[in-house]
Design a protein around this ligand. Structure first.
Ligand code: SAM
Length: 341
């Protein structure tokens, strides 16, 4: 039964497991200017799949009318996308259907182009930013991104985001054994010194090629043990029931660390997410075996109401959970390149 217990509770978008779906991740392009070893092969084809910005804007409007309260723009690399500022501007005009809070609009970016875009994004209505940065030393950083010269650009991007008022900036670091697991302690210092929230993410089997194996994952338990040796950790309360990160600070209150452990401690029970791929497919789980052709429906002339009813039906079949690490686990039908993180 809906937990809100009122009309809004009955009307808001829910899946077949009665989870309220309040969080939409939209991939605005599958192009990227980095070739991170845990994500892409780097052998991009000539064809990219992107929709016109107005089409994404319409789809976002429909989702917000259904109860979406948080929108995260992602990719590919979203800052490569022409028209991104227009999309943020249009999205910022929307009001959540069942909440008096403003719509939360976030971006996940590699930060390479952020120095010049942080201020315009803030002015367009962006609420928050997450910057992916997998090492605090330039050499390891380049070994992972496989593009020279990025490290300083990302550091400048972080500064620019802070100066533009997009703080507290979150830094995402996917830990890969043998690549950047040496960076854990340095990231703790980085969080304390730069006043950013560092979030370590367990590597998931979503890469384009086949680099994932259970041994490449650095589990939450190990991350916690190592951080505790830097300084004793103190657990922080979650901001929200569906928050994916376990939050910590250190015993002197300086720095904030989040650990996102989808592999060793899955949090699917509280999943509040749906995704739209850059080519307009609705995806109910990162690990789905198929997508649903929302853009096809829209291009065949569906009204907003028809799109809404269709979405309500599709999300009834949202997966209860993923099965990473279990016998018979199937890699999802598409890699992170197309899904958007
Ligand atoms: N290009 C942008 C960026 O670098 O943040 C947005 C897209 S990227 C796919 C979004 C997030 O997903 C990044 O923080 C990235 O590190 C994370 N990611 C990509 N592949 C992953 C994987 N196999 N396991 C865990 N996280 C992954």
């Amino acid at each position: 039964m809906p937990q809100d217990g009122d009309l809004a509770g009955e009307l808001r978008l829910r899946d077949g497991h009665m989870r309220a779906l309040t969080d939409l991740r939209l991939s605005v392009t599958d192009r990227c200017n980095y070739k991170c070893v845990y994500c892409r092969t780097g052998n991009d084809g000539a064809q990219f799949s992107e929709l016109p910005i107005e089409d994404y804007a319409r789809i976002l409007r429909v989702f917000v009318s259904l109860g979406i309260e948080k929108i995260r723009l992602t990719g590919g690399e979203p800052l490569l996308r022409n028209g991104l500022l227009d999309l943020v501007r249009e999205t910022a005009k929307l009001r959540p259907a069942f909440s008096s809070e403003p719509l939360d609009i976030a971006i996940t970016t590699n930060g390479h182009l952020l120095a010049g875009l942080a201020k315009p994004l803030k002015e367009a209505g962006l609420s928050r930013i997450t910057i992916s940065m997998d090492a605090v030393d330039p050499e390891t950083f380049t070994r992972i991104t496989r593009v020279p010269g990025g490290f300083q650009k990302v550091r400048d991007g972080i500064r620019a985001a802070q100066d533009a008022g997009l703080g507290p900036v979150k830094i995402n670091c996917v830990l890969l054994r043998g690549f950047n697991d040496t960076q854990i302690e340095a990231f703790a210092e980085f969080s304390r010194r730069e006043q950013v929230i560092v979030r370590f993410i367990e590597f998931m089997p979503l890469e384009e090629d086949r680099t994932w194996s259970p041994e490449t994952v650095v589990p939450m338990k190990e991350i916690v043990e190592r951080l505790n040796r830097v300084r004793p950790l103190v657990a922080l309360a979650p901001n929200h029931v569906s928050e994916t990160a376990r939050r910590f600070t250190f015993d002197d209150g300086l720095g904030e660390i989040g650990i996102i452990a989808p592999v060793s401690e899955p949090f699917c029970g509280h999943c509040s997410r749906v995704r739209l791929t850059s080519d307009g497919k609705l995806r109910t789980c990162l690990f789905s075996q198929s997508d649903h052709d929302l853009i096809g429906l829209m291009y065949r002339g569906a009204s907003d109401d028809e799109m809404s009813s269709w979405i309500r039906q599709i999300v009834q079949h949202k997966e209860a959970r993923h099965h990473i690490g279990e016998p018979g686990f199937l890699k999802p039908s598409r890699s992170m390149v197309h899904i958007g993180g």
